[in-house]
Design a binder for this molecule. Structure first.
Ligand SMILES: NC(=O)c1ccc[n+]([C@@H]2O[C@H](COP(=O)([O-])OP(=O)(O)OC[C@H]3O[C@@H](n4cnc5c(N)ncnc54)[C@H](OP(=O)(O)O)[C@@H]3O)[C@@H](O)[C@H]2O)c1
Length: 248
């Protein structure tokens, strides 16, 4: 008895994988489409999910967020298989902090800004077919202009400007989508998952765990589930995190 189709981009690791586990562990009514750019990584991530506590169901979808053709083919496939999407989680991103400014900004903007904008546009007709559609952009507190402008704002890593600029831009994409489509019933959230274990900072143990400081991405997954279940509806159109709302 599937009644909610949830598509998560970049679902093969970190926040996306942890959220998939939490969501399909929560109810038989959820079907998560795990989207990613590597067939092998998706297959292995789906096997990992299916070895755990699953009440809902999962499938995989090849989707490179930087590639228009891949996005269009993925949307066509979902249209044919499911006819709609109830929840779109634009989660895929890079944490590129390489020293070369042009290549850092170019690759970050393509993956973290242009990608989610293209994915949102391609899947919006499928979302608007849902009786209760949610569009969630996985952002970061590092994208808050208000918090970055505070005199004592922390620098978390060298060359973080591209990542921060991308998340600020992503927040604007979320705001615009909310303004433009709220009258059609679309709920839109920018969501910060918190500082959690993932491949965003690199794949070494030190990088994945943020030197042992990063939290459990399952907690981010639970916050995403809360949004999907309507528990955060009062914060529709806002920049939310586990415990509340960030300033833009
Ligand atoms: N972890 C944190 O502390 C933290 C904090 C704040 C915000 N976030 C946000 O959380 C989200 C998830 O990141 P994460 O921390 O879970 O990092 P992650 O483990 O590196 O996951 C990122 C995912 O995005 C995918 N991806 C990258 N480029 C892609 C592309 N062109 N097409 C499709 N998928 C692509 C990756 O796939 P591959 O495996 O193929 O590279 C991976 O599945 C991001 O938006 C990130 O900015 C994370």
């Amino acid at each position: 008895m599937t009644s909610r189709i949830i598509l998560i981009t970049g679902a093969n690791s970190g926040v996306g994988l942890a959220a998939t586990k939490v969501i399909v562990g929560a109810s038989e009514k959820y079907h998560v489409i795990m989207a990613g750019r590597s067939r092998e990584k998706l297959q292995s991530a789906m096997s990992e999910v299916q070895q755990g506590n699953t009440r809902g169901t999962v499938s995989t979808l090849l989707l490179d967020v930087t590639d228009e053709k891949s996005i269009d083919e993925a949307a066509k496939q979902v249209q044919e298989q499911h006819g709609r999407v109830d929840v779109l989680v634009n989660n895929a991103a890079l944490g590129n902090v390489e020293p070369n400014v042009k290549s850092r900004f170019t690759s970050s903007l393509i993956t973290n800004v242009v990608g989610p904008a293209m994915v949102a546009e391609a899947f919006r007709p499928l979302l608007l077919t849902s009786e209760s559609p949610y569009s969630i952009f996985v952002s970061s507190g590092m994208g808050s202009l208000t918090m970055a402008a505070e005199p004592g704002a922390i620098t978390y890593m060298p060359n973080e400007n591209a990542y921060r600029a991308c998340k600020a831009a992503l927040n604007m994409i979320a705001i615009k989508e909310w303004q433009d489509f709220k009258s059609k019933g679309l709920k839109v959230f920018a969501f910060c998952p918190g500082f959690v274990v993932s491949n965003l900072r690199g794949t070494s143990e030190e990088a994945r765990t943020g030197g042992g400081q990063a939290g459990d991405p399952a907690v981010s997954g639970q916050s995403l589930l809360d949004i999907i279940e309507g528990k955060r509806d009062a914060e529709d159109g806002k920049f939310v995190h586990k415990d509340g709302v960030y300033p833009w």
